[in-house]
Design a protein around this ligand. Structure first.
Ligand code: 2NL
Length: 339
C-alpha cells in the first residue's frame, strides 16, 4: 500500500517535456514489464479474505496510471500546437468582414445629434432600475397598470428591482443630482413584458428628452419638436399635436407628422388619415418637480419620449420589429450606405 501511494505521488508530480519522455513514462508504468503489472503480481501474496479489497485498490491504481498517461499526452499535443516553428508567415491572412452600423444606432445617432445642436446634453443610466427611479419618483401611482407584473420584468430575487420600462428613470437620476437649467436627452434600451410579434417585442429603444428652466413654455416644446421633425424628415414635413395623457406630464400631447409615404394624401401606412403618430410629450407635472426639490413656482419644463423603432420604421419602411434583433446580415447589410 505504501509503495502504491509512493508511485501515485511520483506520477502526479511528473510532467513529460517531450514525446520521448512520454513514451518512457508509458513503458515504466504501463509496459509489459512495468510497475502496474509488477504490483498486480503481488496479488498472489495477499490473504484470500483481503483479495477483494486489494483488487479494487489495484484496479484504481491502474486507472490512475492510464489517466495520467492520457493527460500527459493531451498536454503535450496542445503544447505542440502552440509552437510557431511550423507556421508559414507568408500565407495570406484570414479576412475579417467589416460590419455595418445597426439601423437603430444610425437613427439614434441622428436623433441625438439634432438635439445636441439645440444644446441638449446626453445622459445615460442603468437598465436594471429600482422602483423609485422607474415609477414612484415619476408620479406613477402604486396601482398604475404599468406597474403590473404582466407588463414589467421584476427581478425574482428582489422585486424592488426591475428592468426599466422607459428612460425617464435616467432623467429622474439627473434631476436628483443637478438643479435647473436641465436640458438632456436620454437614449437607451427599455423592457416590457410583451408577447413577441411583428408589432411588439420584449425590449425596444427610446430617446426621452427633458428641459427644465425658468420660463419654459408649451410654445418652446412645440418649436423644439417641430425643428426636430424638419431636420429628421425634411422641410416639407408638417406636425400636429393632439391632447393626450401621461402620468408625468400635464398637459400632455401626442405629436403626429404628415405621412412620410403619401405626404398627407392618404395611404395604407397612415390608414388614410394623412397623419402618423411619432411621439408623446407634455409639460413636466409639478408634483414631479417637487419630488426633486425643484420649486414648480419658479421652474417649468417640458418632456418628450419617442420609440427609435417607430422613427426607423417611418424613415426606412421597416414593418416587422423582429428584424431588428435577429442579426440577419441580409437585413443589416442594407444599411451600409445609410451612415
Ligand atoms: C412615449 C411617451 C413620454 C415623457 C415621456 C417624461 C420624463 C420626465 C418627466 C416628464 Cl423625467 N416626462 N417623459 C413625457 C411624455 C411622454 O413618452 O410615447 N414614449 C415612447
Amino acid at each position: 500500500m505504501q509503495k502504491i501511494e509512493g508511485y501515485k505521488n511520483d506520477m502526479a508530480a511528473y510532467e513529460a517535456p517531450t514525446t520521448e519522455a512520454l513514451e518512457d513514462f508509458r513503458i515504466k508504468y504501463l509496459g509489459t514489464k512495468g510497475i502496474v503489472k509488477a504490483v498486480m503480481g503481488e496479488m498472489k501474496n495477499v490473504q484470500p479474505e483481503k483479495k477483494k479489497e486489494f483488487g479494487q485498490i489495484l484496479n484504481a491504481f491502474k486507472i490512475f496510471a492510464e489517466d495520467k498517461y492520457e493527460a500527459l499526452k493531451a498536454a503535450l499535443s496542445s503544447a505542440e500546437n502552440k509552437t510557431t516553428a511550423n507556421v508559414d508567415w507568408s500565407l495570406p491572412g484570414d479576412s475579417i468582414p467589416v460590419g455595418t452600423r445597426h439601423p437603430l444606432s444610425i437613427v439614434r445617432n441622428q436623433i441625438v445629434s439634432i438635439f445636441k445642436r439645440l444644446g441638449f446634453a446626453v445622459a445615460e443610466g442603468p437598465e436594471i432600475e429600482d422602483d423609485w427611479h422607474n415609477f414612484t419618483a415619476l408620479n406613477l401611482p402604486e396601482n398604475h397598470p404599468a406597474r403590473d407584473m404582466q407588463d414589467t420584468f421584476y427581478l425574482n430575487q428582489n422585486p424592488d428591482y426591475l428592468l426599466r420600462t422607459h428612460t425617464s428613470s435616467v432623467q429622474a437620476r439627473v434631476m436628483e443630482k443637478q438643479k435647473p437649467p436641465i436640458r438632456i436627452v436620454c437614449p437607451g434600451r427599455v423592457y416590457r413584458n410583451e408577447t413577441i410579434s411583428a408589432r411588439a417585442h420584449c425590449f425596444f429603444h427610446q430617446v426621452e428628452g427633458l428641459y427644465v428652466d425658468d420660463n419654459v413654455s408649451f410654445a418652446d416644446l412645440k418649436q423644439t419638436l417641430y425643428f426636430f421633425v424638419q431636420e429628421m424628415f425634411g422641410k416639407e414635413a408638417k406636425v400636429r399635436f393632439r391632447p393626450s395623457y401621461f402620468p408625468f406630464t400635464e398637459p400632455s400631447a401626442e405629436m403626429d407628422i404628415s405621412c412620410t409615404v403619401c405626404g398627407g394624401r392618404g395611404c395604407s401606412l397612415c390608414k388614410h388619415t394623412g397623419w402618423v403618430e411619432i411621439l408623446g410629450c407634455g409639460m413636466v407635472h409639478p408634483k414631479m418637480l417637487e419630488n426633486f426639490q425643484i420649486d414648480p413656482d419658479t421652474y417649468t419644463g417640458f418632456a418628450f419620449g419617442m420609440g427609435i423603432e417607430r422613427i426607423c420604421q417611418l424613415k426606412y419602411r421597416i414593418n416587422d420589429l423582429r428584424l431588428y434583433s435577429q442579426n440577419d446580415v441580409r437585413f443589416l447589410r442594407q444599411f451600409t450606405g445609410a451612415v
